[in-house]
Write a new protein. Sequence first.
Length: 648
Amino acid sequence: MKLRENISKISHNLIDYLLFVSALLAIYGAGIYYLYALNWFSIVLIIILVIISFFVFHKYLFKDQNESKIILKEGRKKSDYLPYLVYFILYGLSFYILYKSSSNRSLISPWQVIKPSFFIYYILSSVTLIYILFKNKLSNTAKLIALSAHYFLSFGISLIVYKIGYGYDPFIHQATMELIDKKGLVTPKPLYYLGEYGLVVTLHKISGISIYILNKFLVPVLASIFLPLAAYRLRNKNGSKSSRWLAPIFILIIGFSPFIASTPQNLSYLFLILTILFGLSKKNILWPLILSIATLAIHPLTGIPAFFWVLILALYKNYQSIKSSSYKIGKTILFILSSLTLPLALFISGGSDFKKITWNLNLITEPLVNLFNNLSSAGQEDWLLNFVYFFSYNYNLYLVAIITISLIFFYRQKENRNFRSLIFINISLVVAYLISSQIIFTDLIDYEQSNFAARLLVLITIFFLPFIILELQKFIDLILLKDKLTKTIYLIFGLALITASLYVSYPRYDKYLNSRGYSTSANDIKAVKLIDSEAKNPYIVLANQQVSVAALKELGFDNYHETKSGPIFFYPIPTGGLLYQYYLDSVEKKPSRETMVKAMNLTGIKESYLIINKYWYQSGQLINEAKLNANSWKDVNGEVYIFQYLAD
């Protein structure tokens, strides 16, 4: 009996144990890497520190929580598990379709290759899951497993469909971590991304799982495991258990694109959400403090607000034991620090040059206007696309309306005052946004200039997420009081929104939108290998960013040429670099020997290549022009054209 109780206690907190260890690996991995390196000595030290921390903090962090109990309840009938079986059959069919749709071609969107029947199985599995969550016949564990599985089905489409990999940034971080694994470090050491690097490299060394696999699955898997339970634990005072279980699935309506790819920024968003939800649902301030430090280690842009919010939350939680004057002084100091620290950090990272600060109202208003620049009614396509894009075009308007309504109900019903700390931090983030929008980053390409300030708008939305979850619970409780017909209508509409959100969370290529960004293909990799095998001298290549990351994936970071401006990677990485500008000159104007000579003179080498993908705009004309002035040319399966240029 005692053994069973011990097993129950361990399984009871299994997800929390996993989160705690993940957070500590990020924190200790980042700290030790920055101070030293990530070799086997460091890995052993990290493991020792995690074990010590586990025993030190265990009694403070892991208390009995009925809502996360893992052991299945007794007395269940076999028929109670029939919906569970049906769900996982539909779930398996959904994944089978995704597996059969996997491709190594250049794709704009996964929906180009996924059969429409996938959406049928996704909707049916969603209906079955809602039935399981609503009926309360199964244990919390069974429900949580099914809910997490559904999250992974939603987040994991790109993992399966894109055989080589999805996006651009994940390849950059994968190559960096592989170099760290090989050499122990890369120089110069940044103050950002180290949490993810420490987490992934440590897991790689102790498990033997490749960095490629870990990096690819990290965010979708962790988000699928941690988010459902964290969202369930957030409860309003009078909410039912059914609404607490149903809210996590319907919250998918607001979108989840940050969780479909593994990057430090996306991982930091996940840890920020967990910091907030744990801070509001747990009495112990230690949980959100640890999670905020992990967020800070992963990405300071997200971690700085997370850390200051935890300090603000601690102040709100203990206001009764603090003198009124001290409480007001503390709030004022925290407001000033949380408003100014982020802009100061961005200013320092941008080079600490006051000439890079400008006062331009457009820099403030443009990202705000862009939030609503797609407001529109549907067009004249088929009714399904009309519905999806009516949802997509007006998404930001819906989100602002939902947040506003949630805040109104919050103040009317006088919910837990700790929630006011979220409004406090968001006011400071608005101030930080106004200041940060005026900082110019000269190392970035023009269209990326507003990215950092715009991310603050994402953080503001995340800090409002708990209000949305609570209001969703209340709304579900109201629906559950209605008659069957009304509940059915709401269910159909909710399923339609969840499915529309799934569709628009991924890149699209349809009659309404062309996302334009192609994925790295097998032909890109063949082109990279072909050039490297045939080049007789040090060389450079002008290519688009997806071919460049293929080179990074296959050949690694150890390929730099020295220039007067410093070392330059032999493919156009980053996109704001000089080589990328030469590439744009070649494909947006015309491919010419003069441009290639300028690129070779920049790096002091005598052999260069221009790569033109067939999918590029006006590629036929560009290819014909390049054939006239190149020394030689080849193609890879008629999809990727390689032009060689030699210095005279």
